[in-house]
Write a protein that binds this ligand. Sequence first.
Ligand code: 6R9
Length: 656
Amino acid sequence: MSQPTIESILQEDRLFPPSSEFSSQAHIKSLDEYKKLSEAAQADPEGFWSKLAETELHWFEKWDQVLDWSNPPFAKWFVNGKINLSYNCIDRHLETRSDKPAIIWEGEPGDARIITYKQLHTEVCKFANVLKSQGVKTGDRVGIYMPMIPEAAIAMLACARIGAAHSVVFGGFSAEALRDRLVDADAKVVVTADGGWRKDKIVPLKPAVDAALDAPNVPVTTVITVKRTAQDITMAEGRDHWWHDLMDAASDDCPAPALDSEQMLFVLYTSGSTGKPKGVVHTTGGYNLYAHMTCKWIFDLKEDDVYWCGADIGWITGHTYVVYGALSNGATTVMYEGAPRPSNPGAFWDVIEKYKVTIFYTAPTAIRAFIKMGDEHPNARDLSSLRMLGTVGEPINPEAWMWYHKVIGKEKCPIVDTWWQTETGGVMITPLPGATPTKPGSATLPFPGIQADIVDLEGNSVGPNDGGFLAVRHPWPGMMRTVYNNPERFRKTYWEHIPPKDGKYIYFAGDGARRDADGYFWVMGRVDDVINTAGHRLGTMEIESALVSHPAVAEAAVVGKPDDLKGEEVVAFITLEGDQAQDDALIKELKAHVVSEIGAIARPGEIRFADALPKTRSGKIMRRLLRSLAAGQEIAGDTSTLEDRSVLEKLRGEGS
Ligand code: 6R9
């Protein structure tokens, strides 16, 4: 096992065509069919998407214009169309699927619930009425800070139903991180739970909400709490309500209103290379279509599938592929609260066996952890229900791909390695399982309608096998619309690294990639100061700000270091104020400080003390050098811009 090294990916030349058995039953049955679709979409993108919007979704009123790109980079899709995402995910299925399981939920302690489409309709209507009774209106923002329980999906769908934008904050984020996001999104209401179960322990969520709200600038006036773990919590009179009390009193009559296609659907925060996390804004109609089509074709969704996307709803993958894409297609989606843990390392395989899961979608970091835990766990379960597999979140190393293929897929399940981002709304580069021959480590080809390319900084396409920047040349319905309250940041981050040429705007994804002679994309990882650790995106700046907010720290520089399990691990180089003792106690304290500022996902694996950090003459920290040092590599490349070479000598001495 090794982390995704460029060497192992460059040596990869195996090809795995889909079986004829799989292809013959698939939505898209051959590479030829894929190519025809892609060519049609390339020739007339608007025609391609509008035809699908018409046939695949319910609209209360049709649009006047498919795409308004007159004010780039601000796109509008299905202009003046009227739609309701919750209607498309629930109401329209009631006639034919009312008793079909919409959500199969398994709690970590072994409790379980199956919620049919009819029941989901009742719950979502009631909670939409609860939100209204708390003063939530179309256009307002609602914070959601919850474990993986059905109420999380119900809360999201209820917001979508009334046109309030949700802002889901991953339950692993700290109170501080939650506060930042609630303030930025200007949320009035927060939906939470007393706690959630993870690795046999209670994650205390409501206490974190209390701490987050304990500041004068937080706009939240109402907290709604689901009772999940039943430990003692405090309830603030007037502000805090139990979910079950409000639900008991709520009517289940809440017809879905016709909302504008561009109604803000959600704000989801994600890390970038500068400043605080940015609120990625998605809107209703285009996102609905993109989530629906990608979920349908990439997972080859059929009526009888039991589909399990293992992501947490705190991430975009949970939004698009646990909730919206799956339900819009009328599928049965599995939600699992827990994680593999010492008391049950085979927890995931139990879920697959118990519910006869047919489609399983997870992250390479999880696959590498499964490999480490041992083949005996999957081998002891009946996984024969599986018919296809997927991965997302980071490049998958061919070794992990082969293990997934053999040990989980028994060499019969196509694997889709899906490249995409919070910003893109849905998958952008991916195999279609019945059509695309796969190569371990490659996300293969763009989804039909996606004009992905690899370019230099002038926006010119680079040649086969040349490295470059992953970019998209034409808008797509699932694209983010802006950064919440910060349109300039949207423009700068995504549309100006490659300057528009002749009025043509190119979306800059922030990833480096190459394309081989077959046109297959090989994504190499971020080209900016974003660390991808265990499939989670973290900005180096965010962690650095957390570190320097500790009184002992003068300066901090954070880099990623290759890691077998997580892909990358956080390594921090710091200089201290005054004559602080450089000892283990301080290291422990600083790690805990980062956890309380951001969350456990950001805990540095390593903190190294330095007398000074390597800087250019203009004062910029040379992270490239620190990355090499952290990885234990020789310093390659130019160091002539380094202001003080002795800094490097010293760091090298300490690092070895
Ligand atoms: C969906 C999601 C996005 C970043 C992206 C890239 C990395 C995601 C990948 C992949 C290689 C894949 N990434 N999928 N890299 N192959 N199949 O993960 O969204 O959390 O916003 O992260 O993740 O670096 O730019 P998000």
